[in-house]
Design a protein around this ligand. Structure first.
Ligand code: ZN
Length: 463
């Protein structure tokens, strides 16, 4: 068994910061010790003096190769997980999709086939329910038992992923019984479709109208509604990609009432705004995603929510479409722009920048990006921390390094960066996935197929 010793670094977890040597045996962390107090021998010694030693990032919201609007998200599981590794993320949870008229199993099998043997880092799946009926509800029980313990439903996208309130309630009731966690995309899709039609009829076709019709109030309304449906069902609920402060207020109020309501936001809502959507010459299309970017004022509310724990997780909703040939499908009609942004490679760095900027503490960085997503989705202990027995998913992070984010240097298979030219303090130096070096000083050392599928237990926040 290969023994790896990481010496001299500052080990940061959600719980503490401590100068410690970390001993890895094979694929797992074996022990931590005060520097210099043990005579450990190792096959490989990694000097982390002056660096942070942090758990690999857990990105609980990605869409590799996702079909949308007649095209597919540009990153495959191979390119997307490699890019994730470059950015210090060692686990992704992607979304398998049930198509209307099909079983959950058929959708899940298709996603396993896409990912199997391709991933550079470990991966799990949530299941998107697009067709709630007696048989798909029954299938949920079996999926929870085999490691797909979370299910996403939509109040948005009528005719595609949309479920009505009755279907959402049924799925929540089922989850209350089988221990599953319901994840909600909360926007009032029926009302938004009316506003889209009216905007287009007025000749408002530019990307910025995508943000105007998907109103904050319609995010807040749907957030309120799914919280109440969950309360009626006696089920927990996790609201994905919260972008509006009004929606966050609904979550905060529910949490104050003691309800098991959880909220996720994404880097694009923390760092970008409707100013980006308004960029001229159709450049705004690069920033079209749903929920949409909001006016700048919403950012402060989201940062506060992350500090007060009204928001618990930052995931990327990585769903990249190239500007050329994909985003361009919506020239002259913003409603035809594929929804989604690239970001799986940038999340850990952007959140480190937030530490430098004083928005969050170092431990909170690790909590929202590693530990809580692992706990939320039944992976904690294996993932999300540095402790004996955990998988040796470890990032040596250099807080003193500097970098400039750019499509010219990123590793995602997409022709633009949403953060082009942004200067970041800090950079990944070395990344280990289950004890194997996958990134080291600017070189990719991993391989497709190293990453394994993770069967997850139920959410560690639910009973
Ligand atoms: Zn998504």
């Amino acid at each position: 068994m290969t023994r790896t010793l990481i010496t001299g670094g500052l080990v940061i977890t959600a719980a503490e910061e401590v100068h410690a040597d970390v001993l890895i045996e094979g694929s797992r962390i074996a022990a931590l010790a005060t520097p210099g107090t043990q005579n450990w021998t190792a096959d490989r010694v990694v000097d982390a003096t002056g660096k942070y030693v942090i758990p690999g990032g857990v990105d609980a919201h990605t869409h590799m190769e996702m079909p949308f609007g007649g095209t597919f998200a540009a990153d495959s599981f191979e390119s997307g997980t490699r890019a994730a590794a470059w950015g210090g993320t060692t686990t992704i949870i992607d979304f398998a999709i049930q198509s209307p008229g099909q079983s959950l199993r058929t959708g899940l099998d298709a996603w396993h086939a896409k990912a199997d043997g391709k991933c550079a880092i470990d991966y799990g799946f949530h299941m998107i329910l697009s067709d709630v009926n007696e048989s798909s509800l029954k299938e949920m029980d079996g999926l929870v038992a085999e490691g797909i313990s979370s299910f996403k439903l939509f109040t948005a996208y009528p005719g595609v992923f949309y479920s009505d309130d009755g279907k959402i309630l049924r799925a929540m009731q089922r989850a209350a019984g089988n221990g599953g966690l319901i994840m909600m995309h909360a926007e009032n899709g029926l009302a938004i479709d009316v506003l889209v039609e009216q905007a287009l009829a007025r000749g408002e076709t530019d990307p910025r109208y995508h943000g105007e019709v998907r109103k904050a109030l319609l995010e807040a309304e749907a957030t309120h509604r799914v919280i109440k449906l969950a309360q009626v069902a006696g089920a927990p609920v996790y609201v994905v990609h919260v972008s509006a402060r009004e929606a966050l207020a609904e979550i905060a109020r529910a949490r104050t009432e003691g309800l098991p309501v959880f909220g996720e936001t994404c880097p694009q809502y923390l760092f970008l705004s409707t100013d980006n959507l308004a960029e001229p010459d159709f450049e705004g299309a690069k920033y079209v995603c749903s929920t949409p970017l909001r006016p700048r004022e919403h950012q402060a509310a989201l940062w506060r929510g992350l500090r007060t724990n009204d928001l618990q997780v930052v995931s990327t909703d990585h769903c990249p479409f190239c500007f050329t040939g994909q985003k361009e499908l919506g020239r002259g009609d913003f409603s035809k722009i594929p929804n989604g942004l690239p970001g799986v490679e940038n999340r850990m760095d952007l959140l480190h920048q937030a530490v430098v900027d004083g928005h969050i503490s170092r431990r909170r960085w690790i909590e929202i990006a590693c530990a809580t997503p692992a706990r939320m989705f039944g992976l904690y202990g294996r993932k999300g921390t540095i402790a004996p027995g955990a998988d040796a998913d470890v990032v040596i992070y250099d807080p003193a390094a500097e970098q400039t984010i750019s499509a010219a240097t990123h590793h995602m298979a997409v022709d633009y960066s949403a953060y082009e030219g942004r200067r970041i303090a800090g950079r990944v130096k070395t990344v280990l996935s289950r004890g194997e070096v996958v990134i080291d000083r600017g070189e990719f050392k991993g391989r497709p197929g190293h990453g394994v599928y993770l069967a997850r237990s139920t959410s560690q926040y639910v009973r």
